[in-house]
Design a protein around this ligand. Structure first.
Ligand code: PEP
Ligand code: MG
Length: 584
């Protein structure tokens, strides 16, 4: 128990169910990346030296954009910044620093990040001993260049989240989805952040790891230090620092009860998801990383309804090759053992910033070059990914899913590319499933409203309610300031889901919901009432949704579901929805 200031309780948004009881570990997302020294074999020296050159070019590139900003600044400050950036760029361009780091990698046989830190340390020492006060003051500049070089080298590889105490509860201003994906649930008890939204990718990753998580808990960070006892209640959104003995006992009991319920739900693993009146629903899982496949299997999922492939591109220093992608996907397909695997092509942009793919965020990243738009401008990247997916289709049922589709032309373009790739692979004697289902995400309001036209081009729909809600209501899904307005049950969103589901069924193509709404058992009746027969969600949510389906009498609620989308009065609508979510 922490002595001194007593128990402090903060409220935030509950994004990952469960209760974490552990010790706080502060993580500063803006702090200098911590560098871990690794010995490398001789064979790796050249590759490591090459990384330094690439990182120096990347860091210089980023300084170029700062230079442009400096030029726009008026007066002495802009001029001073300009001089400083010039000096930094000189230090990076084929300079003593870069050459020194490369030499150190070869002589000391250490990783590039550690070599930068050693070299910077030596240079700083040399400058510090100079009599000239101007030169002595350059130490900070050298350190800054070193920091930037390490950042460019590792992107998110060394995150400061590697050496954690047992039972760590990560507390941070914010956590990137890539950093969250690296957390090991065996070591981390939960997380709490000051910023973030319920449907942000950070929250989604936390849920899929089964981590109790609270986001948007304002102000709590200044009240917590490393090693403090902390409770994160991811079911109610409470963060409790230095809990009293009584609070601790209460939460230990709640945690046990939560785990017992989870355990009893696990017994439903092999039970088919059929409503009381006999409607069969397919429950699939969403995954971010191939490593999650064991959790998928133990949840009883009948397939993978959404594999967010962009996570295979994060936390690495270079792009995955076709062979690497093929191997990763093959592992997933083999483990799923005949169950369908839906692979979504790269969905970078907005809160999934693809540093690695060289995506420069435009003035409004959520509305800019992202997802399928980006893939269609970077053909090589798309061809590599599609080729890996096509090759893997010979080993099990695979479906291709395109993110953020807005026009029929986008689907047609990809279909042509796939057709050309299939012929090329076949000519080379490579086996592929032909035809391979090509589906689209319905997550842009314009796509939902033209779902009838899109249904003529696509083989299946997956409704992405996270982005559909974001774009329909003009609410940034990651912005905690407007999180209270984020409402997938807004009549506009519900009508778009219903229209898309009806268009799919009129065209005779399958339609699923794979946004977070699919994993919320309170939404199950309404989605099934719209005619959705497939739901894809974080594996941890699957047993609860299945239980809801087993208890549901779908025919009994059909009339009320119809009334929901014609009800314009928000108060009556809320009443109807509450009635429905508890409905038999
Ligand atoms: C969605 O937008 O609902 C979705 C499933 O895609 P993502 O959350 O990856 O944007
Ligand atoms: Mg989306």
């Amino acid at each position: 128990m922490s002595p001194g200031r007593g128990e402090r309780v903060f409220d935030g948004l509950a994004v990952g169910a469960g209760i974490a009881i552990g010790v706080a570990h502060r993580h500063d997302s803006r702090a200098i990346v911590q560098v871990r020294e690794r010995k490398i074999p001789t064979a790796k020296v050249r590759a490591e030296q090459h990384r330094v050159l690439e990182a120096a070019a990347d860091a210089a590139d980023r300084m170029n954009s700062l230079q442009t900003q400096a030029k726009r600044m008026r007066g002495a400050a802009g001029e001073e910044l300009g001089y400083m950036l010039d000096a930094y760029q000189q230090m990076l361009g084929g300079s003593r620093l870069v050459r020194g780091v490369q030499k150190r990698i070869a002589t000391d046989r250490i990783n590039a990040e550690a070599a930068v830190m050693r070299e910077i340390g030596l240079m700083a020492e040399a400058f510090a001993s100079m009599d000239d006060p101007y030169l002595a003051a350059r130490i900070d500049d050298i350190r800054e260049v070193g920091r930037r070089l390490v950042e460019s080298l590792g992107k998110a590889q060394e995150t400061g989240l590697e050496d954690l105490p047992a039972n760590a509860v990560i507390v941070a201003d914010q956590l990137s989805p890539a950093d969250t994906a690296l957390l090991d649930p065996a070591q981390v008890a939960g997380l709490a952040t000051m910023f973030g939204g319920v449907e942000s990718h950070t929250a989604i990753v936390a849920r899929s790891l089964g981590l109790p998580a609270v986001v948007a808990s304002a102000d709590f960070l200044s009240d917590v230090k490393n090693g403090d006892d902390i409770i994160v209640d991811g079911s109610t959104g409470k963060v409790i620092i230095a809990p009293t003995a009584a609070t601790l006992t209460k939460y230990k009991r709640r945690r046990m009860a939560f785990l017992r319920t989870q355990q009893s739900l696990k017994k439903l693993k092999t039970v088919a998801a059929v409503t009381r009146d006999g409607f069969r629903i397919r429950l699939h899982a969403n995954i971010e990383l191939p490593a999650e496949i064991d959790t998928v299997l133990s949840s009883g999922a009948e397939g993978i309804g959404l594999f967010r492939s962009e996570f295979m591109f994060m936390n690495r220093a270079s792009l995955p090759t076709e062979e690497e992608q093929f191997e990763e996907l093959l592992g997933v397909v083999k483990k799923m053992n005949g169950r369908p695997v839906t692979v979504r092509t790269l969905d970078v942009g907005a809160d999934k910033l693809g540093d690695l793919v060289g995506l420069k965020p435009g003035p409004n990243p959520a509305l800019g070059l992202r997802a399928i738009r980006f893939s269609l401008t970077r053909r090589k990247l798309l061809l590599t990914q599609l080729s890996a997916i096509l090759r893997v289709s010979a080993h099990g049922p695979v479906r291709i899913l395109l993110p953020m589709v807005c026009t029929v032309d986008e689907v047609r373009q990809v279909r042509q590319i796939v057709a050309r790739l299939v012929s090329r692979l076949k000519r080379k004697g490579v086996k592929v499933a032909d035809p391979l289902p090509l589906g689209i995400m319905i997550e842009i309001p314009g796509a939902a409203l033209s779902a009838d036209a899109l249904a003529a081009e696509a083989d299946f729909f997956a409704i992405g309610t996270n982005d559909l809600t974001q774009y329909t209501l003009a609410i940034d899904r990651t912005d905690d300031q407007v999180a209270y307005l984020y409402n997938p049950l807004h009549p506009a969103v519900l009508r778009l889901i219903q229209f898309s589901a009806e268009a799919a069924s009129a065209a005779g193509i399958p339609v699923s919901v794979c946004g977070e709404m699919a994993g919320d058992e309170r939404m199950t009746p309404i989605l099934l009432g719209f005619g959705i027969t497939e739901l894809s969600m974080a594996p941890a949510s699957l047993p609860r949704v299945k239980k809801r389906i087993l208890d549901l009498n779908l025919s009994a609620i059909t009339g009320r579901v119809r009334r929901v989308t014609s009800e314009a009065d928000p108060i009556r609508l809320r009443g109807l929805l509450e009635e429905l979510s508890g409905a038999a």
